[in-house]
Design a protein around this ligand. Sequence first.
Ligand SMILES: Nc1ncnc2c1ncn2[C@@H]1O[C@H](COP(=O)(O)OP(=O)(O)OP(=O)(O)O)[C@@H](O)[C@H]1O
Ligand SMILES: [Mg+2]
Length: 430
Amino acid sequence: MTTQDTTTGHQPHDEHREHGEHGDDRSGRRISGVEIELRDVVKKYPGQKAPAVQSLSLTVPAGEVVMFIGPSGCGKTTSLKMINRLIEPTSGTITIGGEDVRGRDADELRRTIGYVIQGGSLFPHMTVADNIAVVPKLLKWSKQQIADRTEELLDLVGLDPAKYRDRYPRELSGGQQQRVGVARGLAADPPVVLMDEPFGAVDPITRQRLQDEMLSIQRELGKTIVCVTHDIDEAIKLGDRILIFSEGAHIEQYDTPENILAAPANDFVADFVGAGSTLKQLSLSRVNELRLGEWTTARQGEDAADAVRRAEAARHDCVVVLDERGRPVAWPWLRTLRRQTRIDVPRRDELVTLDRRATLNDALDTMLSSSHAAAIVTGDKDEYLGVVDFESVTQHIRAQEASAVEAAEAAGATGTTGTTGTTEAQEPRP
Ligand SMILES: Nc1ncnc2c1ncn2[C@@H]1O[C@H](COP(=O)(O)OP(=O)(O)OP(=O)(O)O)[C@@H](O)[C@H]1O
Ligand SMILES: [Mg+2]
């Protein structure tokens, strides 16, 4: 990954909406997406014995992210591409915002639907800016409008416009190309965005960042997004709903991540979700639900001995150094600071931080790879918020388990389950 990936600059201002509140807390949230509906959609490729898509009916609510997941060849890509008519259905009806897609000119339709695929699939001979501007140009936006939009989008996906606007795709890392691909998909502000394994080809840390960015962009824009993935953890993290397909695009379960984890509809789904669903619940909790630890902070250029004294008084063996805008730049040990007069730390790129909206899974990953066995948490505009450690995660898990047992006991007491709450709550754990 490249170091620029750590400086996202762009953050939304509202709190992350909690999983589990899907659909009922939307009042304050902007929704620019529209509903997508598939009715009895069939796709039979020429020469195919069984149709790739047998008969698919589903509704994707406006402003939601629906994740398509299922074994290879089960018809995810085919289903997705029928929505923007990159593939024509054999039969059935697809409506977007209530309008039948067959009534639209296919090219015109595709200009109103964002489409993002693996690797970004940028045009190699065009600059980043020109790649992003493809659809706005087709829509005959003015030069100024296009320039402003490109600037805005590069910011949105965490790339400095001045630095990246005029580069060619080959001069970007895989993760950066993917970001430009996302920016291009959003360029004309489409109400619907289709994504096919958009983050499949990047390393795990870049993927985590891109996912977090997609979540924050989505919180701000409220698009309707259909996204294919082969990673159940990604589906759990990004989806308002998950659709689990089997062969022939047959729906095995279409539900919220919580319900799929807690109550898989059948063995196929249970196998697909896999063992350790308690652990997967970690993907549903976010760092901002934890109690963050307070840590000694100091400013870049400050008297080093002062900072050391403060840290010693607080029994801390390291200090979080912040830049002039309150963003963490380094986390030096006291033994390093004792050798300095003024605090002088390397550039911020070397510090790995955790966005407050990161999942506990991501938090554990980051902590495990940190020599501090902890991680610095940042908020809007990358400002410093505090520190998480294993203890805070463990406490959170224990509290969650306790409340799950309580809920199961309450259900047992009211006679809604056959067994006692306690055994029920503990049985499924590995
Ligand atoms: N153009 C085509 N012509 C004929 N058969 C096709 C065509 N495209 C896909 N198929 C077949 O249709 C089925 C569904 O393919 P699709 O690409 O939708 O699967 P998928 O779920 O996206 O798989 P993957 O996870 O591997 O990307 C497969 O059996 C595939 O071989
Ligand atoms: Mg596919």
